[in-house]
Every structure is written in C-alpha cells, then in structure tokens.
Design a binder for this molecule. Structure first.
Ligand SMILES: *Cc1c(COP(=O)(O)O)cnc(C)c1O
Length: 345
C-alpha cells in the first residue's frame, strides 16, 4: 500500500491543530492553559482528545492494539473522516454495493465524491468481477457492509479477502452488526492487510445509539493521518464515560445479544405462518428482511396500529421488502398479531 498516493495531498501535508492537551500531556496541579472555567461542574475541562481510557478498554474487549483504534461521533463521523482523508472532491471516486447502508452515498454526496455502484448479486453477495472492473486509478475506497444492512446477511469472507488483495486502495468493512453474527470480525486481518479498515459502533448490540460512538480499526499510519483530520475533541466527556461503563460490563451486552438472537429465531419461525410473508431472508444481524405481498399496504396498516417497521421496497433488489428490527418479545408479538390480522383481511 502506498499511503502517500492514497491520501489527499492537502491532508498528507496538513499541519494539524495543536490543542492545549496536545502541548501538555502530563499531570499538573494547576491548569491555566485552555481557557476553561475553573469552577467544577464535573464537565468544565475539555475531554481527552484521543479518548485513551475508552480505547484501552476497547483494545482489550476487541483484541486490537491501541494504536490501531480511532473513535468518532458515531460511525457517521468516521465515514465522513474517511472521505475527507482519502477523496479529492470531484476527482476521486468510491465503490458501494447496493442495497446497502445509505450513509456511504450521502457522505460521498456531501463531500462531492462520485459514487460507482455495483449491485450485490441476487443472493446478496458481492459481484467480484464487476467490482474489480469498476475500479479505476481514481478509486480510493470500497465500502463493504457485513452483516449487510438492509439484507441482514454476512458477505462471504473469501470474497472480501479477494477484494482486499486485488484493490490497491482502502477496503472499508462496516461491522455495525458483528456482535449478532456467527462470523468472526475482520479485525483479525488488520495486521495482514494494511489497506483494510474495519468499522464498528456502540449503537447496536451495546445499546448506546444515543451516545454516538463509532469505532474505526486500521493500520496505525491510517489512524495517525485521520487523527489530524478529526475535530480535536470529537468524542465528548459524557460519551466517553458512558462507553467506559458499558465496556466494563460485557456480560450485559452478551445477554442482550443472546436474547435478540433467540427472539430473531422465534420471529423467523412465526413469520412462516403468515400468508402475507412470501420470503424470510436469512439474518446474521438484529433485524430481518422479509418479502411480503404488499410492502406499502402492510407498512401503512402497521402504522395505523402504531407499529413502525422500515419499508425498503424502493431500494435495489428489495422489491416488496420490509426490514424489521428484532424488539422485545412483547413488541415482536404485537407485530406478529398485527400481521396475522392483516393476512386475514
Ligand atoms: C446502524 C449502522 C451503523 C451505526 O451508525 P452510528 O452512526 O454508529 O450509530 C453503521 N453502519 C451500519 C451499516 C448501520 O446499519
């Protein structure tokens, strides 16, 4: 990997902002260097710009060295940082594989970066040869979401590895749903492939969507360059504290995951009884994609019963499909009963 060729020139040569916390790192008695309020509100000091405590815990939980971790204000910020680090607006391009997570394209549009789309195959796997054909010398990033949103399946590991090995740019594997998956994380390949970037989040399995904490794992050179681009205090103190608390209690997360997986199985079983459900796609995540007889009609029917699912029927390869998050048992039962009464209409 030739990182200097991949990173935007203005970013490669950027002299980053140097915060008060960058210029003095040790412990002191009197801090008069950051124009903070001296009055203790519990939040009067700027947070750690590199979130070392959170990263230390993440490093243990995820088995990834500290130097390979960057944190963002949600995965949304991490995705934006990737564009701003690697893609020259109007010049460079990225490849995405619809149907997939909508933020890749929106973030590309915000950054004025052209998007090449190579749809997944009918079984929601990568079209390897089409992806390789779509690559040109301005292609900087390829986004692969696994387990994929909204299709719920994992992408074949060997296909992802083929892309990583054949592409000279950065392959981003978005693992927002990895905790629910029967597949292993790609983080184990970070030391083998310097052009691999893995994204995770505390928004799903950890139950902390509100704190906005996105995680990026990558080669340390990529991390140092992205550290120059990120806003100095991009992860606030409240978020860092909540993350520390959650990461200290893996058992809770594991219990929740176990419950969701059991409920997912229940729902899949129950849905086979419904005449309005034509197909239940296999799920490796905390949601299920189902093909129904009339996605719009059913969506509206459910809204009237105050039940909201996601109508995905307008996206590629998802004709008449609803994406349904696995909820509490009581919530899933309400949904099932509503679908049963719809089927009887
Ligand atoms: C939910 C989700 C995320 C998480 O985004 P945050 O900004 O961290 O909440 C990332 N990627 C995919 C594919 C998702 O579905």
């Amino acid at each position: 990997m030739n990182l200097e060729k991949l990173v935007r020139k203005n970013i490669w040569t950027l002299k980053p902002y140097s915060s008060a916390r960058d210029e003095f790192k040790g412990e002191a008695e009197v801090y008069l260097d950051a124009n903070e309020s001296p009055f203790n509100t519990g939040l009067n000091r700027y947070p750690d710009p590199y979130q070392w405590k959170v990263k230390e815990q993440l490093s243990e939980v995820k088995n990834v060295p500290l130097k390979n971790i960057l944190l963002g204000n949600g995965s949304d910020e991490v995705i934006d940082l990737l564009f701003r680090t690697f893609c020259n607006p109007e010049v460079d391009n990225v490849i995405i594989c619809p149907p997939t997570y909508g933020m890749y394209e929106v973030s590309a549009n915000i950054n004025d970066v052209p998007v090449k789309k190579v749809n997944l195959s009918n079984d929601y796997q990568l079209n390897i040869s089409e992806i390789l054909n779509a690559i040109d010398d301005k292609t900087k990033l390829i986004f692969i979401c696994s387990p994929n949103n909204p299709t719920a399946n994992s992408i074949n590991k060997n296909d992802v590895i083929t892309i990583i090995e054949k592409f000279k740019g950065i392959v981003v594997v978005d693992e927002a749903y990895i905790d629910f998956s029967s597949e292993k994380s790609f983080t184990e390949y970070l030391s083998k492939y310097p052009n691999l970037v893995v994204m995770q989040t505390l928004s799903k399995a950890w139950g902390l969507a509100a704190i906005r904490l996105g995680i990026l794992f990558a080669h340390e050179e990529i991390i140092s360059i992205m550290n120059k681009v990120k806003p100095p205090y991009n992860v606030n103190e409240l978020t860092q504290n909540a993350a520390l608390e959650a990461l200290a209690n893996i058992q809770q997360k594991e219990k929740w995951v176990k419950d969701v997986l059991m409920e997912r199985k229940n729902m899949e079983q129950l849905f086979t009884e419904l005449s309005c459900v034509e197909h239940i796609y296999p799920s490796d995540a905390n949601f299920i994609l189902v093909k129904v007889t009339d996605a719009k009609g059913i969506y509206n029917y459910l809204v009237k019963q105050k039940i909201i699912v996601r109508d995905r029927s307008s996206v590629a390869l998802c004709d008449n499909c609803l994406r349904i998050t696995v909820g509490l048992k009581s919530e899933n039962e309400k949904l099932f009963n509503a679908l049963k009464s719809y089927s009887k209409k």
